[in-house]
Design a protein around this ligand. Structure first.
Ligand code: BGC
Length: 453
């Protein structure tokens, strides 16, 4: 009997791209008037970042972006998610503007477009100006006011060429993981639960300010959304009972961020859980936070297994010690997160469009063969399996419109420095030589054919 494989084709106009962030690739940390960021400071505290790696040079993208865009074009990459560095535009976070910072992003965007690549710009990807941190950072409501001015400045400057805006990247990672005892990210403070909840709330205000800036100054066709790394459950069996448990888990775990954005309130359940640790909320805050957006960006890497249990809303199963994972201890390999991680928010919050703004994996040992290749078959395999689940979500009617692989090239992986490689392009940090890995060549084919190959 002849076998006729069915092609796993993605919808017409599906957005395929790659992602990076300013602090992780630009380098030039103190060039052309850029101010110090909390990560510049944090990296210099002994013991905070593996090998004491700093962001000073990184991929030197600040000087090499034309070559990087040329390489993207060669790989057929048509969409690129990047971020703008706040301390490059406002070295102190507020006050005096740095014209050279704006000039850099003007040139960068022009070069991106010249190479036929559509930019997707994130306004904040963790590099808070140190000067604002010195005044309280995310614990201080004034940080949100400063952000409002910064967001407006950037949108005004680039909106004639940039139409896709992302307000913030992963609130959890610069609030909870930077300001509580469970965190290992900058600025490395250890605050109380109440203060941490306040940092979330201030970040949500920034999201609202950025939405407003895009609506007011984005021009025709501008679209805006947040990128969240929502916690994702996988129902152990796809039965109504386990799915209901997963749904309850999803709502509860993401109630700090998605509920206020999509419902305009902190839910009764959330308030009950937080008790006296609820943040101070001022009149008008929730209206700002819940301004309508055009899409939800999701960074999805991993998740948790959940099932129904008697007398409880859900039960989360502990992962066995030898569950397959990448080199990151947190990145357990669970392709189904791209199915449930998109389906659940679409169902619960009626999100009109979803983009996977990050997905990928990090490995510590990725060496060049004698012929100068990097056979990262584990990455190719992982991305393929995850995309298979994303395809299933789309086939079931989930409005997923695009996928950005993290990351275009190996870069500064925050507290793991340059050891942990997430790129589909290998970077030799001594010579700055870029080498597309096997996964990049495979992904180029996926993009070209708009299907899983
Ligand atoms: C972040 C990236 C990071 C990646 C891998 C995401 O949490 O947005 O900046 O490099 O995950 O850890």
């Amino acid at each position: 009997m002849p076998i006729k494989p069915k092609p796993l084709t993605f919808p017409k106009n599906f957005v395929w791209g790659v992602a990076t962030a300013a602090a992780q690739i630009e380098g030039a940390a103190f060039e052309d008037g850029k101010g110090e960021s909390i990560w510049d400071r944090f990296a210099r505290i002994p013991g905070k970042v593996l090998n004491g790696d700093t962001l000073d040079v990184a991929n030197d993208h600040y000087h090499r972006y034309p070559q990087d865009f040329a390489l993207m074009r060669k790989l057929g990459i048509k969409n690129y998610r990047l971020s703008v560095s706040w301390p490059r535009i406002y070295p102190n976070g507020d006050g005096e503007i740095n014209p050279k910072g704006l000039e850099f992003y003007n040139k960068l965007i022009n070069s991106c477009l010249k190479h036929g690549i559509t930019p997707w710009v994130t306004l904040f990807h963790w590099d808070l100006p140190q000067s604002l941190e010195d005044r309280g950072g995310w614990t201080n409501r004034a940080t949100a006011d400063a952000f409002a001015v910064y967001a407006e400045t950037v949108v005004k400057a680039l909106s004639d060429r940039v139409k896709n805006w992302i307000t913030l990247n992963e609130i959890v990672c610069f609030t909870l993981l930077g300001y509580s005892k469970v965190g290992d990210k900058a600025p490395g403070r250890k605050e109380s639960e109440k203060v941490v909840n306040q940092t979330y709330h201030h970040a949500l205000l920034c999201h609202g300010h950025a939405v407003k800036a895009v609506r007011n100054f984005g021009g025709k066709g501008a679209r805006v959304g947040i990128t969240d790394n929502s916690a994702v459950p996988i129902p152990v069996t796809e039965t109504p009972a386990d799915i209901a448990a997963a749904r309850a888990w999803f709502i509860e775990k993401n109630s700090r961020i998605l509920e206020p954005i999509y419902t305009g309130r902190y839910s009764a359940d959330h308030k009950k859980r937080m008790g006296a640790d609820m943040p101070d909320v001022q009149k008008g805050d929730l209206g700002l936070i819940s301004l309508p957006t055009d899409f939800l960006g999701l960074n999805i890497y991993t998740g948790a297994f959940v099932r129904a249990a008697k007398g409880k809303r859900y039960e989360e199963l502990p992962l066995p010690a030898d569950f397959p994972r990448s080199s990151c201890p947190w990145l357990n390999i669970m392709p189904q997160v791209l199915y449930w991680g998109t389906r659940l928010p679409a169902e619960i919050y009626k999100v009109p469009a979803i983009y996977i703004t990050e997905n990928g994996c990090g490995y510590d040992v990725e060496t060049l063969t004698e012929s100068g290749e990097v056979h990262d078959l584990h990455r190719r395999d992982l991305v393929r399996n995850y995309l298979h689940e994303l395809h299933r979500a789309i086939a079931d009617g989930v409005p997923v419109k695009g996928y950005f692989l993290w990351s275009f090239m190996d870069n500064y992986e925050w507290q793991d420095g340059y050891t942990r490689r997430f790129g589909i392009v290998h970077c030799d940090f001594k010579t700055q030589k870029r080498t597309p890995k096997t996964s990049a060549k495979w992904y180029a084919k996926v993009i070209a054919e708009n299907r899983l190959v």
